[in-house]
Design a binder for this molecule. Structure first.
Ligand SMILES: Nc1ncnc2c1ncn2[C@@H]1O[C@H](COP(=O)(O)OP(=O)(O)OP(=O)(O)O)[C@@H](O)[C@H]1O
Ligand SMILES: [Mg+2]
Length: 248
């Protein structure tokens, strides 16, 4: 089982879009995939599930080891793609992780999944928290969408500094340009000069595209919204680049 995460301390950069599209492409390739929506805003859950039922089970039981992770799993309309939906109690996850004072808790929660799941995709909330620290320790690859602006490059520096400060190796952190708007000179310049400004950056860039916005209207992965769009092609490229990195 491999674990990948889409993370950035900045909000609204395309983490959820990348998590949903990547998880969908993996499942379509026949890989048993579980998307865990760790963000209490629940955007990924909303995109992939009609299940409006409130989940009575509480995170507290998971933390105490009284509720197995499997009991949180829901199916989606897509074969081979399951979901752990966001839960309001996840708002308090950092307090719980602090109380438990266990650096490896996320890793322990994920362990029992390995029998039935080949890939776990974590959709992370925008923060540098205790949870973020555990994600950086646990995932085989942490993929970081960055809008091509100076401020975003600065947030990438902050993320790597956060990791180094906690003695986490940064070689599993992979940034990529997201929401690239070719009409903007700065976007064009930063992408064209990626080797200078973001030498660790991935090859794939995700364009700013209306097809991705439509995912919210249609509650579907972009592959189903508009398979022939450049945006859908970009996520296929991203998924293929990710595969090469995590199954080396
Ligand atoms: N490449 C793109 N082109 C156009 N719109 C996009 C693109 N990627 C994401 N969006 C839109 O931008 C908004 C934010 O995207 P998304 O939810 O994926 O970001 P996020 O980083 O997960 O945000 P948050 O930090 O709030 O969880 C959404 O409305 C989404 O539809
Ligand atoms: Mg999100």
């Amino acid at each position: 089982m491999r674990v990948i995460a889409f993370h950035n301390l900045k909000g609204g950069v395309g983490k959820t879009a990348a998590a949903v599209n990547t998880a969908y492409l993996a499942s379509q390739a026949g890989i048993s995939t579980l998307l865990w929506d760790l963000d209490p805003q629940g955007a990924a859950s909303w995109l992939l599930s009609d299940d409006e039922e409130p989940d009575a089970r509480k995170l507290g039981q998971l933390v105490k080891g009284k509720s197995p992770i499997g009991s949180f799993i829901r199916s989606t309309p897509f074969p081979k793609l399951d979901l752990i939906p966001a839960h309001h109690s996840f708002r308090n996850i950092d307090i719980k992780l602090d109380d438990a004072d266990n650096d490896r808790m996320l890793k322990q929660w994920l362990k029992p999944l390995s029998e039935e799941t080949s890939l776990v995709v974590l959709d992370c909330p925008p923060s540098l928290s205790r949870l973020a620290e555990q994600i950086l320790r646990t995932a085989d690859g942490i993929f970081v969408p960055l809008i091509p602006t100076w401020l975003s490059l600065n947030s990438w520096e902050q993320l790597t500094a956060f990791a180094k400060d906690r003695k986490i190796k940064t070689n599993r952190l992979h940034p990529f340009f997201s929401m690239v708007d070719r009409r903007k000179a700065l976007h064009r310049d930063l992408v064209a000069n990626k080797d200078l400004h973001l030498p660790e950056g991935m090859h794939t860039t995700i364009p700013n595209a209306s097809a991705i916005e439509r995912m919210g209207e249609e509650r579907l992965p972009v592959e189903q919204v508009s398979r022939r769009s450049a945006a859908a092609g970009a996520y296929r490229d991203l998924w293929s680049e990710i595969q090469g990195m995590i199954w080396r």
